[in-house]
Ligand binder design. Structure first.
Ligand code: SF4
Length: 448
């Protein structure tokens, strides 16, 4: 199981409380600066409900009337979704709460990004924080049902969530039905509309046509789909308040974020860092095994950033000038001497295998793109140079029913930009030695 790294920056503490203790419980001090990953048993493992309740009061019972004061508090906190898109959480809640039917909450722990394991870790070690967050979200929008979608190939996370629900069934009544639903593995399975489609009894494939889940989702009811890390932050904001939440991070992008760090580092794992922490500091704390040449920021759905850009802060504003974004919080460190083109080609092969193939860009575009990128990386070099890669990228972008093909094009473009000198060398001489060695990025095989 991935481990929680013991580094992060120090946030502060204080007020606001929507829990059942009526707002009188002082917030527990964050242990060494951790928030979501505070108070974990040494060596990882389980946080029991009894232990959890010493720090967090039980959420209030949900009624059909939305708890708009909680949505206001989440808006003041400035929380954005931690599943990748970074959409403002309160805005999403307001849309769902204003629907005509009683809403449903879906906690998304599917974590289809292959290099991300923060949601699985959080579900395994802090299931009660996630469930509390889902119950607060239910109270906020007036929902009476919560479904927690979790990848069926993540047994520790599934078991921890089920065990947490069993524990609650014996001692707590929330008035909200909470169920764990095991989902098929794969990136597209976790896409919001695909998850809703699956929960409605269909295949776990994205649906392009309206209505969107917030209007008419699970059981035709307005559906709030939130990533589980987002919900854990919701629980903390509900118990400790917006001011406390904003005491970490930057004014524009407050709070902490879980980051999955991997690649050429001695301490791969999940770190909790304040938004705005420089990439260099996060990478340094994970102990690079050799000098780093670049990092894939945002994971398979992210962007290559050269080492010269590591002073950039981990935030949307900080990474925009580099064409990158925090995404779901993934950093894969590429060492000097490795071939970024070969790594990119391997990830593009994964994209081609992982797409659902129900749209043209996935069925035809991605396999062609992956084959051309592999030729550039390993030879024989494409006779058309980079022309076809660039043209095909333009033809694929924005043409899928979901963002899967766009992720491949973004990754490819950043590789051609950051590793331009390597691409030139490959085209005019031959592939470098780095392309012959093993890959730094572990690319999973087809999961369908
Ligand atoms: S773009 Fe690909 S993954 Fe997305 S809906 Fe179409 S076929 Fe499925």
């Amino acid at each position: 199981m991935p481990t929680a790294l013991d580094f992060r920056t120090r946030p502060g503490a204080p007020p606001a409380n929507f829990g059942t203790n009526g707002g009188t419980r002082p917030p527990a001090p964050a242990e060494n600066g951790f928030r979501l990953l505070a108070h974990l048993p040494p060596g990882g493992g389980w946080t029991s409900l009894a232990e959890h309740r010493t720090r967090y009061p039980a959420p209030p019972a949900a009624t059909s009337r939305p708890l708009t004061a909680l949505i206001d508090e989440i808006e003041r906190a400035g929380l954005r979704g931690r599943g990748g898109a970074g959409f403002p959480t309160a805005t999403k809640m307001r849309s769902v709460a204003s629907g005509r039917a009683r809403p449903i909450v879906v906690a998304n722990a599917t974590e289809g990004e292959p290099a991300s394991y923060k949601d699985k870790l959080l579900a395994t070690v802090q299931p009660h924080l996630i469930i509390d967050g889902a119950l607060y979200a239910a109270a906020a929008v007036g929902a009476d049902q919560v479904l927690i979608g979790v990848d069926r190939t993540a047994p520790a996370a599934v078991a921890a969530l089920r065990r947490a629900l069993d524990e609650r069934a014996r001692v707590e009544r929330s008035g909200v039905t909470v169920q764990v639903v095991e989902t098929p593995p794969g990136y597209v399975s976790g896409e919001e509309s695909a998850l809703v489609h699956f929960l409605n009894g269909g295949a776990a494939l994205p649906t392009a046509s309206p209505p969107r889940p917030f209007e008419r989702g699970v059981a035709k009811r307005p559906t709030l789909v939130n990533n589980v890390e987002t919900l854990a932050h919701v629980a903390q904001i509900a118990t400790r308040g917006a001011t406390w939440f904003r005491s970490a991070g930057s004014p524009d992008e407050p709070g902490t974020m879980l980051v999955s760090v991997s690649g050429a580092v001695a301490r791969a794992g999940v770190a909790e860092v304040a938004l705005g922490t420089p990439l260099a500091r996060i990478i340094e704390q994970a102990c690079p095994t050799t000098p780093a040449a670049a990092a894939l920021v945002g994971g398979f759905f992210g962007t290559w950033v050269p080492a010269s850009g590591f002073s950039a802060p981990l935030s949307r504003a900080g990474l925009t000038p580099l064409g990158a974004a925090p995404g779901a919080g993934v950093l894969i460190v590429l060492p000097e001497g490795a071939c970024g083109l070969a790594e990119t080609a391997a990830v593009l092969r994964w994209y081609a295998a992982e797409g659902a193939g129900q749209c043209g860009p996935c069925a035809f575009g991605l396999p062609a793109l992956a084959a051309e990128a592999a030729a550039l990386a390993h030879g024989p070099v494409p006779a058309q140079g980079l022309g076809r890669l660039q043209r095909w990228g333009g033809e694929i972008e924005g043409r899928g029913a979901c963002k899967h093909p766009d992720g491949a094009v973004r990754l490819l473009r950043s590789a051609l930009r950051i590793f331009a000198a390597d691409a030139d060398a490959h085209l005019h001489r031959r592939p470098c030695r780095g392309s012959l060695g093993g890959r730094v990025i572990p690319v999973p095989g087809p999961r369908r």
